[in-house]
Design a protein around this ligand. Structure first.
Ligand SMILES: O=C(O)CCC(=O)C(=O)O
Ligand SMILES: [Fe+2]
Length: 858
């Protein structure tokens, strides 16, 4: 295992492994490449055109005036080119006949209200004459038969006070179909309903009066009825403005006379050219004068206010993001989404001091006051968190908007906004449906269900052999107790060297024979097994706890952070920081950390592998000479009566891996497991990167003193204990080694305490075994819980050779690696989310003893 740089398996390493387990057929393993993200069409209908305001005319224009321009799409996308239609309270500029010829510049945003020439121009083009609603002062497109704002009918000839010369509606306009009624959301059951419905499609409740909310004609923002301005863009609701003029304390539905009495020219007269941008701070006039002059003054101020607002907006480009992404056509718009926005806006508004409150009105219909005077939501439990979520979302949004503004971003970043919105939505969903979130977490992050213990014997794979090995003795836990001696069963190390040779010389070690003798000699391990039942649970739960830490909790700092969270002020509070959303932040960081670690390891691994020059091909196109030429006899040829299969069969590389499903009954495998686990002095050496991620032992034939060094670890030898003879007498014949003299002379043992115990990519190509230079055979036995065993090529050449190939090794299964496998391939046991321990024994032959080993001097 000299070539084992990543012997300490990083978390998530196996997630890099693409192919699926194939009990025997490694070749089936084919990675599923991730699907490339589909390139997005630039012409996605929902996506608004880039350019801040080029999109605005058609979308924003509640007045429809900009639409009156013959070719709005060709309008130069100057920052303010769209603004006139909004700005101009009178709508005069919008009615200008040649918007295309207007220079796109700041000035076009601020048409002079006193521009008589424009007025005259507008008047001179009857075909495009817009009209001003006598009821609410809304400028309307010439084609409209009803006011876009208040729905009042277009006044007939002679009756109206047109902004421009009265223009007969063209025939086409007369024939234009009435716009589809607005969809509405049932306040009782939240069902979105078509506009035509008068009762809810779901709960049959009657449609609420439409006046409850209004949609801003400019930016499509839903607004509460009591708002006089759009909450999003500041558009002033004309009818309300007129009402709030203060003619009377009572709200009048409209003041057509007032509006009529204040036609545009009068307003112009009230504001001299050049003064139009002067601040007029008293937006909510408290004047109660009902005189025409007061109204005129108000209208002048109001228009000026609107103009100022637009100027402000056009310089800052500040708009709320969702107003931009909201689709215009019914199929672009999601009712559910609209409703959610709507509700959450309400919830948020509930947290703000409202103008309504200042005016002594109850502005929020969701909120009422209890006797203690504490506000509470009367919506059901589900919505309780909405306010909190919305506050968070709002602060994120504010921060985004602010950041965007500071960075001088413009509306081209609409897509970012939409993405952010979607993310917010997902977060809200996660908050709302935590159980769904739990499900969608990766397995390794899912909290383990309490009290659900998967029995060790539970079937874990397609074979049924990996069943519960017997429990360890109480308090021992199978850990390497270095103080224990290997004098188990009366065997004394110091006088050991003789007994192996005696055994070798005798012919009594036929398969099974010694095992019986061994068992009866000790007589205790079967009883032990019964005694240890109680101990098993504690051992298992200790392992379980560790697993819990390894698989679920993530790094310690994460847990620490969660514990600390809640101590107000212990974290720097910044509205976008982890402190505000510790859970999400932690999740993100945890994933990020895992990903980075994985990438780093993969990179390192790749570098390491690609730096290695491929060896010379020794036989034409083949890497190695054919096995027949070199006389390699495979295990399957030696043990013909057993059904050896070869998941890896590569003649070109003369590399083979054989597999034999457990030939022993389950109970016997469990006995092997318990006996080995409890007899071996397990060590857990420390390398430069920490402890070995498993426990190990290195057992050698008496007389050998070679240490086993691989990667950063070095393991001292211990001599084969007597049970090894018993075990080998079971295993070796299955591998075709009937004669004891041929048996392997060393064995590496690994104890994988649970799924977190691993061995990283490596080859057993240490000089000791000479696997780089000649054919060697390694025989492996697995006991306990089933684990994946993976193989990969060092120098993949043909298609499919870069895939990792896998076999799941169960309780009692045998595996071989033969020929030049250690030269051409690496293997590993990756981390897995499995419960329970596994022992693996790999028998080998020492080909070159270390300097100083007595066996080397022979
Ligand atoms: O546990 C296994 O199956 C493999 C162990 C191994 O590769 C080794 O000990 O070198
Ligand atoms: Fe190995």
């Amino acid at each position: 295992m000299a070539d084992a740089p990543p012997s300490q398996e990083p978390a998530g390493a196996n997630s890099a492994v693409p192919s699926e387990v194939n009990g025997t057929g490694l070749a089936d393993a084919a990675p599923k490449p991730m699907q490339e993200p589909q390139p997005k069409s630039n012409a996605t209908p929902c996506e608004e055109p880039a350019g801040a305001n080029s999109a605005v005319p058609s979308e924003v224009n509640g007045t429809g005036l900009a639409d009156a321009a013959p070719k709005p799409m060709q309008e130069p996308a100057g920052a303010n080119s769209a603004v006139p239609s909004e700005v101009n309270g009178t709508g005069l500029a919008d009615a200008a006949p040649k918007p295309l010829q207007e220079p796109a510049g700041a000035n076009s945003a601020a048409p002079s209200e006193g521009n008589d020439k424009e007025l005259a121009d507008a008047a001179s083009t009857p075909a495009q004459a817009s009209w001003m609603c006598p009821k609410c002062d809304e400028p309307n497109k010439p084609l409209r038969e009803q006011c876009n704002n208040c729905g009042a009918a277009k006044p007939g000839e002679g009756k109206q006070t047109p902004v421009t010369a009265a223009a007969p509606a063209p025939a086409a306009a007369a024939a234009a179909p009435a716009p589809a009624p607005e969809r509405w959301t049932c306040p009782s059951c939240d069902e979105p309903n078509k506009g035509e419905r008068t009762v809810c499609n779901s709960c049959q409740q009657p449609r609420p009066k439409p006046k409850e909310k209004w949609v801003c004609p400019r930016c499509d923002e839903p607004n509460k009825d009591e708002r006089n301005e759009c909450n999003n863009c500041g558009w002033v609701k004309r009818s309300k403005s007129v009402i709030s003029l203060g003619d009377s304390d009572e709200e009048k539905p409209a003041a057509p006379a007032a509006a009529k009495a204040a036609p545009a020219p009068a307003a112009k007269a009230a504001t001299a050219p050049g003064q139009r941008t002067r601040s007029s701070s008293s937006s909510s006039s408290s004047s109660s004068s009902s005189s025409d002059s007061s109204r005129d003054r108000f209208l002048g101020r109001e228009r000026e206010e609107r103009l100022k607002r637009f100027e402000r907006r056009s310089t800052s480009n500040h708009r709320r993001p969702y107003a931009r992404w909201r689709g215009r056509s019914p199929n672009q718009r999601s009712d559910v989404r609209d409703r959610r926005d709507f509700e959450s806006r309400d919830a948020r508004d509930g947290d703000r001091p409202k103008r309504d409150d200042r005016e002594g009105r109850s502005g929020d219909r969701h909120k009422s006051e209890d006797r203690d005077g504490r506000g509470h939501h009367d919506k059901d439990e589900r919505d309780r968190g909405e306010g909190e979520r919305e506050r968070r979302r709002d602060s994120r949004r504010r921060s985004r908007d602010q950041g965007r503004h500071e960075r001088g971003r413009d509306d081209r970043h609409g897509r970012d906004d939409r993405r952010d919105e979607r993310r917010d939505e997902r977060r809200d969903d996660r908050d709302r449906y935590p159980e769904r979130r739990r499900e969608s977490r990766s397995r390794s992050q899912r909290p383990r269900q309490e009290g659900v213990e998967v029995p060790i014997g539970a079937k874990q794979d397609w074979r049924q052999q990996d069943q519960a090995p017997p429990p360890p003795p109480e308090g021992e836990g199978g850990a390497g107790d270095l103080t224990r001696t290997a004098s188990w069963n009366g065997y004394d190390k110091s006088s050991a060297s003789g007994w192996w040779s005696d055994v070798e010389r005798s012919n009594s070690w036929s398969a099974g024979d010694s095992w019986q003798k061994f068992g009866s000699q000790d007589g205790s391990w079967k009883d032990q097994q019964a005694q240890q039942q109680d101990g098993w649970n504690s051992w298992q739960s200790e392992a379980g706890q560790k697993r819990e830490r390894d698989w679920d909790d993530g790094p310690a700092w994460k847990k620490q952070r969660q514990d600390d969270w809640g101590q107000a002020g212990s974290w720097p509070v910044d509205q976008f920081s982890q402190a505000q959303f510790p859970q999400e932040w932690d999740d993100r960081m945890w994933k990020k950390e895992k990903k980075e670690k994985k990438e780093k390891t993969e990179k390192k691994d790749k570098r390491h592998r690609s730096n290695r020059e491929p060896p010379q091909k020794l036989h034409g196109d083949w890497w190695e000479q054919p096995k027949e030429q070199v006389g390699l006899a495979l295990v399957k040829d030696r043990a013909k009566i057993f059904n050896w299969q070869y998941p890896l069969w590569d003649d070109s590389r003369r590399s083979y891996a054989g597999y034999l499903p457990s030939p022993w009954p389950l109970a016997q495998c469990n006995m092997f497991f318990a006996m080995i686990r409890d007899s071996v002095e397990w060590l857990q050496p420390e390398g430069d990167k920490g402890l070995m991620p498993r426990k190990t032992a290195w057992l050698v034939k008496p007389g050998c003193e070679c240490r086993y060094s691989y990667g950063p670890f070095e393991v001292p030898p211990a001599q084969f204990p007597p049970w090894m003879i018993n075990l080998m007498s079971e295993v070796m014949p299955k591998c075709g080694y009937l004669n004891m003299q041929e048996w392997p002379d060393c064995c590496n043992l690994n104890l994988y305490m649970d799924g977190g115990s691993t061995v990283g990519w490596h080859a057993d190509d240490e000089a000791l075994f000479q696997g780089k230079f000649r054919d060697i055979t390694i025989l492996s036995m697995s006991l306990g819980i089933a684990r994946l065993f993976e193989l990969r090529y060092n120098w993949p050449e043909m298609q499919g050779e870069d895939e990792v190939q896998r076999v799941r090794l169960g309780n009692g299964d045998l595996m071989t690696m033969e020929g030049m496998t250690q030269k051409h391939l690496q293997h590993r046991v990756p981390k897995e989310n499995v419960q329970g321990p596994r022992i693996n024994l790999t028998w080998r032959w020492v080909k070159r003893h270390k300097a100083g080993c007595p066996m080397g001097r022979r």
